[in-house]
Design a protein around this ligand. Sequence first.
Ligand SMILES: [Ca+2]
Ligand SMILES: [Ca+2]
Ligand SMILES: [Ca+2]
Length: 439
Amino acid sequence: MPKALIVLILLTALVVIAPSVFAQESNTMTRDADPVFVPGGKLAALYGTPLENIGAFALVGGSLIPIPFQIDQMDAKGELVFPEGPKKTSDDDPSFDATDQLLFMVRDAGSKAASAQLPAGASTTVEVLLTDPADGGSAWIYVAAFAGPAPRSDVDYVRFDPAKNMIHAQNYVMGFSETAPIAIGYLSLTEAGGGLTGNQADRLKIRFNSKAFDGLVVIEKNEEDFSSEVVAWIDGPIRIVRRTKNRMTLFWKIPSPSAMLDNIYYANYFEFPIQVNLPFDVDTFLNKPKLRVSTDGLCSTEKRVFFNEKNPNPVEMDGVMTEAEKALNLREYDWMVVKYAPGGPPGGWMNRMIYDKGETKVVPHLYYNDDMAKPDGPETEPGQCGDVGYTLENMETVEKGVLKLTSVMYNIPEFSREKIPVYMNILDKPIQVNVSPAQ
Ligand SMILES: [Ca+2]
Ligand SMILES: [Ca+2]
Ligand SMILES: [Ca+2]
């Protein structure tokens, strides 16, 4: 058979086959807000590789490009490794091993690559298939080991400024109160986060009050009674993990046991944990203990509205408590939203709580106060202007021990109600990963 004819037949075959193959293998992932975690146990092909020799890539618009990713290491004791800060730590095995994990943003994944498109010069390449359990959508990334430093993306979604103790994320900027270093004292949405207006937060308030010794003593504590020290941090392109050592003066001069808390910041959301250490059975000493954790707003900024699934009609956070606001259902909620009022910028925040109540009956209820005439010090702007968060109910059912709650704040840059389930899926239906050798 003449050579030209064979070539022609092959070409025809390719043209016929190619569209159907590519149609099945293109990126169909609709989710764009999630980080994706690949545990080290699934990346055995990379064990022993120095971290700087590992690269992650995605096929976008027909070319394979480096994507932002980071590797968080865990030591032999299962402790997260913090490469920076006064109490920095290091991994027993500084190269990639089974306890480390690789993370990246789902928005950076791409289509399935053919073998000719795999990273040139890599000694090993694995294919990571991402599947959305909610709608079956899929996307891919490729992780490769090189003999020397790997090509890297220069995208950095989050930056920690340790001198100013500020977080600069793609969608928001956060700082802390000078007089209460455990508490958020500055929070703004960037243009990418659907905001434009500078600081929106008075401060985070942590308020505890209780009676003790049959009502003879009143105990009141606020966020200024905490010491909080940044001891170490991870600052990668995907997330910041900021470890703080926190103590509260409990009674007279007796400090609480110190609690290490890891605040985590992604491009578009953050996790703010609270830990209540109880060195005794609460019921023995305290009557009606109450804890409130809330973020007060500023009336001087752009108007905002609030709603949650139990209170679907938005109420205006304007410093005036209407009848509708007084009648809000405060029961335990799945999510709540604070966004700019209609006509304002498009962005908003969705909040949810993660907690394990264990044997206790402790539940977070909604806290909402929007009354400028009611001072609630210590605070920056007197009065409450859309002060929203949670109170812990039934704390007297807690026995000696530790109570942990994490508040997660998701920024939704172009807010619409249809997006709420999408953001709930970040935790409820995490994106699945399957790793196989790249073909
Ligand atoms: Ca390691
Ligand atoms: Ca109001
Ligand atoms: Ca205030």
